[in-house]
Design a protein around this ligand. Structure first.
Ligand code: SF4
Length: 192
């Protein structure tokens, strides 16, 4: 399991510096070509554990999905991942609020650095903020409401994008729709 960036003492967002326990960079399999991007470390999850989507309810739900589609070996902390998991912003906002546009802009350097190093072929933006970021970078437009494009394949020249409703708010039917849509994309990526 690899974390691409070392912990840095970034202090660009005063409100987040005051509220965070730690800076949480992405981790996982950098050679998989598959990247999940969430919004921010959760107060009861990554902000405590230092691992994106680990330690809270959202993390458990995402890990269950990863196991079902073969991108995680199991639901334990020591599982082998076949994907990389990161966030739009690396510090937990106060009260788990949505990051402001200024905070998203400030943290963009970190996210783009990870994506430039990994060069993913498949990106799963998790939730609205990640969808906006990924859409603006790869599609040059905002794809719109996450609910209207959930589990819908969006293609740019070099990257396939499959939006996922945030695990904190996802229904069983939405999980099933995502699994059905993502499986062929994973298999497609694995073809020689
Ligand atoms: S959210 Fe990103 S840019 Fe803002 S302080 Fe944390 S690491 Fe720095």
């Amino acid at each position: 399991m690899v974390t691409l960036l070392h912990q840095q003492n970034c202090r660009s967002c005063p409100a987040l510096v005051a509220s965070r326990r730690r800076i949480v960079h992405g981790y996982g399999d950098t050679a998989s070509g598959i990247v999940f991007i969430g919004e921010a470390p959760g107060r009861h999850g990554a902000d405590q554990t230092g691992i994106p989507f680990w330690g809270d309810r959202s993390g458990r739900m995402l890990r269950r999905i990863l196991v079902q589609v073969g991108l995680a070996s199991d639901e334990t902390a020591g599982a082998t991942l076949r994907c990389f998991i990161t966030n739009v912003v690396r510090c937990c906002p106060p009260g788990n609020r949505t990051p402001t546009p200024a905070e998203v802009r400030a943290c963009r350097t970190w996210l783009w650095m990870e994506l430039d190093m990994i060069k993913p072929r498949l990106i799963i933006p998790v939730g609205r903020i990640a969808l906006q970021e990924v859409g603006m970078r790869y599609l040059k437009h905002d794809p719109g409401a996450i609910r209207s494009v959930h589990a819908t394949v969006l293609r740019s020249r070099h990257v396939t994008i499959l939006p996922l409703i945030h695990p904190a708010r996802i229904s069983r039917a939405d999980v099933q729709a995502f699994i059905t849509a993502v499986q062929p994309l994973i298999d497609e990526r694995n073809e020689p």
